[in-house]
Design a protein around this ligand. Structure first.
Ligand SMILES: [Zn+2]
Length: 234
C-alpha cells in the first residue's frame, strides 16, 4: 500500500495486491484464518478482464511473460496449472484464490521492454501461493488487527520470494525496486514503504544468488537441467 498511480489508471494503493484501506469483507462470517486471508488478500473486487484477442500487442508481451510464469512456478515446485496470466484493466498486478494472475494492460505495455519489472510483479503474486490458504481451515478467526498483521507479513514474504525468483532467473531486482520507489507518494500506515520493501527484495535476491552460485560450483551438470523446487520452502 501507499502507492498511487495516475495517468489514466485507476488509483491503486497497493500495486501488487489488495486495497487494505477498507476492512476485509465478511470478516465476521469467516470461520477460519484461511478463509479470512483468502477474503482479505484474494477476495477483493476484480478489475475488468480483457480479451487477449482484442489486444494483439499486449497478448505478445503476455506470452513472453508466461514463459517466466512457468519458470517461477517450477521454482516453487507447484503444478504449472495452479497459476495463469490474465490480461486486465485498471490494475498493476493481483492474484485471486484460483491462481489467476491479473496483469494490467497499461502496466504491461509500459514495461514491455523492461522484463525484470514485469517478472518481479508476477513473482510477487505467485509468491502469495493463494491455494495454500485453504490449509488453514481449522484455526479460529483473527480480529482485524491480527489479520492486517498477518497480511503485512504475507506481503513481505511475497517480496522476499520475488527477490529470490529474480535471482534464480538471473535478472536484476533493481528495476522492480525502482518501480516501487517511483510509485510511492508516502508511507501508508497499513503497509511498508518502498525503502523497506527494497531491503526485503534485495535480501531475498542476495540470499538466493548465493545459493545459485553454490549449485553452479558444486553441480554444474545439474544446473543445465531445468530447475525444479529450488525455492520450495520460503
Ligand atoms: Zn501482494
Amino acid at each position: 500500500m501507499g502507492y498511487k498511480i495516475q495517468s489514466g489508471m485507476s488509483t491503486v494503493l497497493n500495486p501488487f495486491g489488495p486495497d487494505w484501506s477498507t476492512a476485509p469483507r465478511d470478516v465476521s462470517e469467516a470461520t477460519s484464518v484461511g478463509e479470512q486471508v483468502e477474503d482479505s488478500l484474494f477476495g477483493k473486487k476484480k478489475p475488468p478482464l480483457l480479451d487477449e484477442d482484442e489486444f494483439p500487442d499486449a497478448a505478445k508481451v503476455l506470452a513472453q511473460l508466461d514463459k517466466y510464469r512457468r519458470k517461477i512456478v517450477n521454482l516453487i515446485g507447484d503444478p504449472e496449472t495452479d497459476y495463469f496470466l490474465q490480461l486486465a484493466d485498471g490494475t498493476i498486478a493481483m492474484i485471486d484464490t484460483h491462481g489467476m494472475i491479473m496483469v494490467g494492460i497499461k502496466f504491461l505495455m509500459k514495461f514491455k521492454d523492461n522484463m525484470p519489472v514485469l517478472v518481479g510483479a508476477i513473482a510477487h503474486e505467485i509468491g502469495h501461493r493463494p491455494k495454500r490458504w485453504a490449509e488453514y481451515k481449522q484455526q479460529k478467526p483473527l480480529n482485524i488487527a491480527e489479520l492486517q498483521k498477518l497480511c503485512r507479513y504475507e506481503e513481505t514474504r511475497a517480496d522476499l520470494f520475488a527477490g529470490r525468483a529474480l535471482a534464480e532467473l538471473g535478472m536484476s531486482c533493481e528495476p522492480m525496486i525502482q518501480f516501487l520507489k517511483d510509485l510511492e507518494e508516502g508511507p501508508h500506515p497499513e503497509y511498508f514503504p518502498a525503502k523497506m520493501r527494497a531491503d526485503v527484495i534485495r535480501e531475498g535476491f542476495r540470499e538466493q544468488t548465493g545459493k545459485v552460485k553454490t549449485r553452479q560450483k558444486l553441480w554444474p551438470e545439474l544446473e543445465k537441467i531445468a530447475p525444479k523446487g529450488h525455492i520450495g520452502d520460503f
